[in-house]
Design a protein around this ligand. Structure first.
Ligand code: FOL
Length: 208
């Protein structure tokens, strides 16, 4: 079974997108995304797995995302060009199988980078799934403003408060645990960008 790390920026009502793009412009948050997803030991590379809409949402000049193995899930065949150096798979099962067997470069971590459809499909996979299991969520919680015009959402994976510190099997990692796992010092507490948007970097973990 392959472990997946879901990475997402979401509002408190789990809004992640607006009309096929990110609802906000957050350069420092984006550079965190880039740093986390690129960070791999020498001679290895991380994979970023995404749905076709997410692929299309990435500005052309930034895709494929550099220094990462880009994997797109799409059933479109004709009239569609993802370009060289991008792996296209019809479903998550075949994508994950390919990643497991991939060498040169060896695949270090696999990040699920969206969007709504893939996030919910993957979060539903049980621990016993032969395909994959999401055991980590790197969540950037957008605190303010509320971005009420979002029309793409991720599932409410934490659900209702069922008694601290456990949310339906998910536990929040401490700042030390988070730094250790991502491999660099993650700014703690509420962050604010020049445009006034406030957010917090979080890591949630569940047992595999
Ligand atoms: N997770 C988090 N924490 N923040 C995000 O913005 C985010 N975005 C996606 C998935 N998970 C996320 C999907 N959307 C790029 C654009 C959109 C996108 C993901 C990545 C992108 O262009 N990334 C470039 C950086 C470009 C820059 O420096 O502005 C990259 O190299 O990663």
């Amino acid at each position: 079974m392959s472990r997946l790390t879901l990475i997402v920026a979401a509002t408190r009502t789990n809004g992640i997108g607006e009309n096929g793009k990110l609802p906000w412009h957050l350069p420092k948050e984006m550079s965190y995304f880039q740093r986390v997803t690129c960070n791999a030991p020498p001679g290895q590379q991380n994979a970023v797995v995404m749905g076709r809409n997410t692929w299309e949402s990435i500005p052309e000049k930034y895709r494929p995302l550099k220094d990462r193995l880009n994997v797109v899930i799409s059933r479109r065949r004709e009239n569609y060009h993802f370009g060289e150096s991008v792996q296209v798979h019809r479903d998550l099962a075949s994508a994950m199988e390919k990643l497991r067997n991939q060498t040169e470069p060896a695949v270090n971590r696999t990040f699920l980078i969206g969007g709504a459809m893939l996030y919910s499909a993957c979060l539903q996979l049980p621990k016993t799934s032969p395909i994959a299991f999401v055991d980590r969520v790197l969540l950037t919680r957008i605190i303010a403003p509320s971005f009420d015009r979002c029309n793409a959402f991720m599932p409410d994976f934490l659900g209702e408060w069922i008694g601290a510190p456990d949310f339906n099997g998910w536990k929040q990692a401490s700042p030390e645990e988070m730094n250790e796992w991502v491999g660099f010092e993650v700014p703690e507490g509420v962050q604010e960008e020049e445009n006034g948007v406030q957010y917090e970097f979080q890591l949630w973990v569940r047992d595999a």
